[in-house]
Design a protein around this ligand. Structure first.
Ligand SMILES: [Mg+2]
Length: 363
């Protein structure tokens, strides 16, 4: 059997209102969709990227994939990584490869008539999630309503953004803690907004005053010395995490070698799709480090139930909204976890073409 066809399209969805974190502002999100067909079945994959990723897939990767055996995903993965050598195998190229890889896994599972989690091999029946949003563009009331709403819905861990106006962070974190009560876990994400001393100051404040359990990306990811410095001086109850900009397993290996995180994050829409994510899971397992999936909750659901060191996955407000709009079959959270449907093959979802059409970008 051969892959007949690979099609790519992109869709841009406005946010409900302009949003921001510690270092970036945005008012729209682009989803790049890949559909790969063989043996009468179509697999879907996607990434959140610039539509340049769609151009790269159309112009460079599509012809590499067609005519291949759809069951031999490692060969396709290696071929794609080789093909982008002169472009740099990170950034847009890594996101493009990730979307194609994901469509190949969905396709293979459908061809074999298995849910993807069964093809990979399950180690848990559901993927624990944490609610993620708490944008710096929210006022205190919006912040409290969103985070408190997740906790009321049975999701007992929530994450908020910090760092845009550091002087306001203690009060915003206090508002969040009050909204979620004493028992829920509170995480903060600085998106590289702090400098070293500032990060250290806030880490001690957050942990001591508001029982914050995890700080994400306090510094730019390339500041490995700074991250090591923070880890050496962090309060023991506060975990440091990073990894959303890992473009493949080698980036995570370097992060682990530098001993800079307590929890590894990885994003299958950036790190090489399901293939890259499962390799990173193996690295984490070998180093006895927990793994947390970054964003795109629907896409992480099946690999998240197959990755042994996975602790939880990010139920990110913007992506939940888009994935519910575009895909039939996105399960509702039950007891703070998402559960794959054992009766449907592949990812267990179908793309709602008509609903997505108004958001389609021009090719
Ligand atoms: Mg983050």
């Amino acid at each position: 059997m051969k892959i007949d066809r690979l099609e790519v399209s992109s869709f841009t969805v406005p946010t409900e209102a302009p949003e921001s974190d510690g270092t970036l502002r945005w008012d729209r999100t682009t989803l790049v969709l890949v559909e790969t067909t063989a043996g009468g079945e179509t697999g879907i994959g996607y990434t959140y990227a610039h539509r340049a990723a769609a151009t790269l897939i159309r112009d460079k990767l599509a012809e590499l994939i067609t005519e291949r055996d759809p069951l031999d995903i490692p060969a396709a993965w290696q071929a794609m990584r080789r093909e982008v050598r002169n472009l740099g195998a990170c950034g847009i190229a890594a996101m493009a490869i990730s979307a194609v890889d994901h469509s190949l896994w969905d396709l293979k599972a459908r061809l074999l008539g298995l849910p993807l989690v069964k093809l990979l091999g399950a180690c848990r029946g559901g993927m624990p999630i944490y609610g993620s949003g708490g944008f710096t563009s929210y006022d205190d009331e919006q912040l409290a309503r969103q985070l408190g709403g997740w906790v009321d819905a049975g999701i007992s861990r929530v994450k908020m953004k910090v760092g845009r106006e550091p002087e306001r962070d203690p009060e915003r974190v206090r508002v969040a803690r009050q909204a979620i009560g004493d028992d829920a876990e509170l995480f903060v994400d600085a998106n590289s907004a702090y400098d070293r001393k500032q990060a250290l100051h806030f880490m001690h404040w957050f942990a001591g005053e508001s029982d914050v359990r995890w700080i994400e990306q306090p510094l730019p990811p390339e500041d490995r010395c700074g991250m090591r410095f923070l880890r050496r001086h962090s309060p023991p109850e506060l975990e440091i995490t990073d990894g959303e900009y890992a473009w493949g397993p080698a980036d995570i290996r370097e992060m682990i070698d530098a001993d800079e995180v307590d929890v590894v994050m990885a994003d299958a829409t950036r790190c090489g799709g399901v293939s890259g994510f499962m390799k990173i899971a193996a690295l984490c397992e070998a180093h006895r480090l927990p793994l947390s999936a970054h964003c795109a909750p629907l896409l992480h659901l099946h690999p998240g139930c197959a990755a042994a060191p996975l602790r939880h996955a990010e139920y990110f407000h913007d992506h939940v909204r888009i994935e519910r709009l575009f895909f039939d079959g996105f399960p509702d959270p039950v007891d703070g976890a998402l559960h794959p449907d054992p009766s449907t093959p592949g990812l267990g979802v179908t793309f709602k073409t008509a609903d997505a059409e108004p958001y389609r970008d021009n090719p």
